[in-house]
Design a protein. Structure first.
Length: 201
């Protein structure tokens, strides 16, 4: 069994790449829980910005827990999977909203660190934002991160979190950094995963 988590700012192409790579590797694709949880909890909200602070707090916890529980199911069944959004990616968005609430932020981050200590990814695919989501894509998913400066901030926080994993006592996954077209990104992932598999033989 292998576990792969995608990480990077919203709108960077994680879903598109994930679908292609999961087909190439013939493994299960775990879609991000963000849109489904948001629509189920708050059907009248068009996107995250429409929520009250209390709603955002509930949403952030439900979304990351839904992701964790879904991954646990696959792990318990011994199924390889590829997660469109790693649990690490929920932290930057919580910090954006509740950054002034130090204790809340610390508790949220600790929840994610504790999960990763027990359930580390084998591979973490870092995806840098290289293009803007299309209008059609945004219409299908209004929960995407759209503001460029917001994307850059999220990207910086994620890179810091990746660097912090070792200090949290987490088993460091193989980090795969990809760029270029979807086809190029898929091949970069396959190349790196193949290298590791060969070394382990």
């Amino acid at each position: 069994m292998i576990s792969i988590g995608f990480t990077g700012a919203g709108g960077g192409g994680k879903g598109t790449l994930g679908e292609s790579l999961s087909r190439s590797l013939d493994i299960r694709f775990v879609r991000s829980s963000v849109q489904s949880v948001g629509q189920e909890l708050f059907p009248r909200s068009k996107n995250f910005s429409d929520m009250t602070p209390a709603d955002k707090y509930l949403f952030q916890h439900c979304a990351v827990i839904a992701q964790m529980e879904t991954e646990k199911i696959f792990r318990s069944e011994g199924d390889s999977f590829l997660a469109e959004r790693s649990v690490l990616d929920f932290i930057p968005y919580f910090l954006k909203v509740f950054g002034e609430e130090k204790e809340l932020c610390s508790n949220y981050q600790q929840m994610v660190w504790d999960y990763l200590k027990d359930h580390p990814y084998d591979y973490l695919v870092y995806i840098q934002v290289e293009f803007r989501p299309s209008a059609d894509d945004m219409q299908r998913n209004a929960w995407k991160e759209r503001n460029e400066s917001s994307q850059q901030h999220t990207d910086a926080v994620i890179r810091d979190l990746i660097s912090s994993m070792a200090f949290q006592g987490i088993q460091i996954p193989k980090i795969i950094r990809v760029s270029g077209s979807v086809e190029e990104r898929v091949q970069q992932c396959i190349n790196e995963i193949t290298k590791v598999a060969v070394k382990q033989q």
